[in-house]
Write a protein that binds this ligand. Sequence first.
Ligand SMILES: [Zn+2]
Ligand SMILES: [Zn+2]
Length: 309
Amino acid sequence: MATVDLSIFSNPSNHSFQTYDTKATAEQPWVGTKFSVYDSDVEVRSSDGFIFQLHRVVLGVTTGAFPGSELDTGAEVVQLTEPANVLGIIFAFLYPKEHPDLHGEIFQVLSAVAEAAAKYEVFSAVHVCNERLVKFLPEYAPEILAHAVKHDYPRLIRATLPHFARAPFIPVLARLPPSYVVPWARYHEAWRSVFKETVLYIKELPRTAPISSSCHSSMTHRPHHSICPTCVAGLYELIGRIQEIETLPALHEALQSPARYPYTALTCCRHSQRQGSRTICPFVEDVIKLCQDKIKKIPPFATFLGIKV
Ligand SMILES: [Zn+2]
Ligand SMILES: [Zn+2]
């Protein structure tokens, strides 16, 4: 990447120019356009000391919040809080040339660019950032959700929400803003209740007489009939396993086709009667239906956060 060493500019008419002890490098964003250092009329310093020599006319028309021609900065250098590698990307969105696509940026840089784009209202950069942030799901779901809610990006919020459904409690908690802690705990509890209530339901199913070893002794056996210890053990195993599934798509898949899901320990007294049979225990079908109904009733995380998307 071509970088501009400020020491090569010695424009005597530019009184605000000063040497700055910095190792920060960046490309002046106007490189390759009709703009140049000679018509630059505003200087912006990054937090790490690199000076961008910009053009008010450009800032004024391409951003919502940068100092444009209406702002008299005198001969002062405008000090910003972002480092040069972030500002360099943001400024590149302002000038009439191909915009950065942000492919290959690590999350930390991308999120800093996204934050600056929102802060300075560089809308073309906001759009590209949001497109790229989605690629960092589910790994950075907490950070992306907080960013999307803060700046009100409904599409980004919607893309992020499903990743919270089965996400582990503590790791997510540690990365959400403080105001999300209670909503997150409540949402997590709503999910936990689904499995707790299902276990309670299994516990309360009428049991077969202790003497009988099998509950499916006839083909007319129905879930509301009594259940044997083998099938009870199978149901507990099932709930234990689906509870451990960490993504919503995998959970839905497991619930939709339990026969295909490798419940190696899922046994039924009917299976032991017919070797190798994969017929689903009617109690399993019943309990899965119960789980699905309860899951459908859990409001999305957005509801717990009190936001509409
Ligand atoms: Zn049974
Ligand atoms: Zn059974």
